[in-house]
Design a protein around this ligand. Structure first.
Ligand SMILES: Cc1cc2nc3c(=O)[nH]c(=O)nc-3n(C[C@H](O)[C@H](O)[C@H](O)COP(=O)(O)OP(=O)(O)OC[C@H]3O[C@@H](n4cnc5c(N)ncnc54)[C@H](O)[C@@H]3O)c2cc1C
Length: 477
């Protein structure tokens, strides 16, 4: 069995060289500020031992035949893709937000698919190197980042046209034993608490851009790697502890300051024709994951809207029922896109099944453009209290607490504590730094909506639709 406990995960983090920076200081991975984001990752280990979730979270390695976490696996069937999607939705319900660890799962799948395609055309041995790395990754039940988004500089210019060539991560030296890379990956989720950074290109490259067409895996504390981080934690609680408030997230700028990467960990180096394929293959897998997590988050918005309407005594008001029904439609249409992407998945020469790109993109797009609408519905139905609720201390104070308990009451059969808990949850979830983070993440994570539109348009068979109309209109040719 290749499954770590959450304690073993944390122990390994403690042994890493300190290269995490936050708030102007270099901090240790044991710093309390990282506790809530690390809790989210710990949950992904704990849940593998939970009988309720085991069937979703634990799978079998096709390399070793051992039990592994689905987060370290590659998708080898339609069923694997369906289970990944279901797992993502279910686990987001438990942490109240992004489960994070699927980032690496999707990167590994993309690396697996594309390394094998490069080998086919170029006669290289990237795929074998990838499989050896994957075996190590699975055996140690590791956590990886998806280090894709480059700094990108002037968005109107290509990588080789930037004033500073390092604005896209690139190879600056090729040697007998490996390569040296320089650049930075931005927005990287989990940066301070991963074991490995999994690096892939952001975009398609041209013939002049071989140095920027690079993919590799590197230990997160390797020499020259610097992780400049920020944390989004839910507000702390004093007495009204709740599961939601345990879990946080961190993003980071991961700087590669002339980092040496041994050849056995390099999965693309110079094959510019495949950079776009790697970027888009990852996007396809990751947008498929979004078809699981985003419905999971819509479920939370929907549940909070319905519950607050019930507590307020307005759950049967026609406009509220209508808004909640709209949330149901969004959640299930996004999920259905993911199911379609799974069912229409195709095997690739690597043996990895790739979700149908069209449907993972339509699902992710629909989710992205509805994020603010979903929060709008919740805000409208919740009323103003999530933004005006007095601090928890005032509820605990013998002098002010009784007033607050008296004046929060709605229906007599719903006690003040339940109302207080719900409004405080809605406040923490939607009217807070964590809420703002989730809104931006919901729009841009995995690619901004315009990127999905470009993806959909680039592969869509529009000609066949014109042909339908030519036929119906009796137009020849
Ligand atoms: C919370 C969060 C977590 C994330 N985690 C990760 C992660 O773990 N790993 C990772 O690799 N990335 C991660 N991302 C990055 C995410 O994929 C990017 O935010 C997204 O791809 C958009 O890139 P950008 O933020 O650099 O915005 P920009 O590239 O600046 O794009 C902003 C807008 O500018 C316009 N635009 C940009 N370029 C062009 C162009 N060439 N032509 C026309 N219009 C253009 C588009 O309208 C676009 O929506 C994360 C993002 C968020 C918000």
């Amino acid at each position: 069995m290749s499954l770590r406990t959450s304690g073993e995960y944390v122990e390994r983090l403690k042994r890493m060289k300190p290269n995490v920076y936050l708030g102007g200081n270099r901090i240790s991975r044991e710093d309390p500020i990282l506790a809530s984001p690390i809790n989210t990752l710990k949950f992904t280990f704990d849940v593998a031992a939970d009988p309720q979730f085991q069937d979703l979270v634990v799978t079998t390695s096709h390399l070793t035949g051992e039990k592994i976490s689905r987060f370290t696996g590659v998708n080898r069937s339609v069923d694997d893709l369906l289970k990944k999607q279901e797992m993502t939705r279910a686990l987001c319900h438990r942490v109240g937000g992004c489960i994070q660890r699927c980032m690496a799962t999707d990167t590994l799948n993309a690396m697996g698919v594309v390394s094998s395609r490069i080998d086919e055309v170029k006669g290289t041995d990237y795929h074998q190197r990838f499989l050896s790395f994957l075996e190590y990754y699975q055996k140690d039940d590791l956590v990886g980042s998806a280090a894709q988004s480059d700094a990108k500089g002037d968005r109107s210019q290509r990588p080789h046209q930037q004033a500073d060539p390092d604005l896209y991560l690139r190879v600056v030296e090729r040697g007998k034993d490996g390569i040296v890379v320089r650049g930075a990956k931005n927005h990287i989720t989990m940066g301070p608490y991963v074991d490995e950074h999994l690096v892939i290109p952001t975009r398609a490259m041209t013939g002049e851009e071989g140095d920027w067409a690079v993919s590799f895996a590197i230990p997160a504390d390797a020499d020259g790697v610097k992780i400049i981080s920020r944390v989004t934690s839910p507000r702390p609680r004093i007495k009204l502890v709740a599961p939601y408030n345990r879990y946080g997230v961190a993003e980071s700028v991961v700087v590669f300051d002339d980092v040496f990467v041994p050849w056995e960990r390099v999965f693309m180096c110079g094959e510019w024709e495949f950079a776009g394929q790697m970027a888009l293959t990852f996007a396809g897998f990751h947008r498929h994951s979004y078809c699981g997590c985003k419905p999971g988050l819509t479920d939370i918005v929907m549940g909070a809207t319905a519950l607050v309407a019930e507590y307020n005594g307005v759950e049967t008001a026609p406009h509220i029922r209508d808004e909640v029904t709209e949330l149901m439609i969004i959640a299930e249409l996004v999920y259905a896109s993911g199911i379609a992407a799974s069912v229409k998945a195709q095997p690739t020469p690597s043996g990895i099944w790739e979700p149908a790109f069209l449907y993972s993109n339509t699902g992710r797009y629909l989710a992205g453009i509805n994020v603010y609408h979903e929060y709008d519905v919740l805000t409208a139905v919740a009323g103003g209290l999530p933004s005006t609720l007095p601090p928890e201390e005032d509820w605990l104070s013998p002098e002010t607490g009784p007033y607050l308990e008296k004046y929060i009451m709605r229906k007599p059969d719903i006690p003040a504590e339940k109302l207080h808990r719900l409004f405080r949850f809605i406040s923490d979830f939607s009217c807070s730094a964590a809420g703002g983070w989730a809104q931006y993440a919901g729009v841009h994570g995995g690619g901004s909506p315009v990127m999905e539109k470009i993806g959909i348009r680039s592969q869509y068979d529009l000609e066949s639709k014109k042909e339908v109309v030519r036929y119906l209109a009796g137009i020849e040719g």
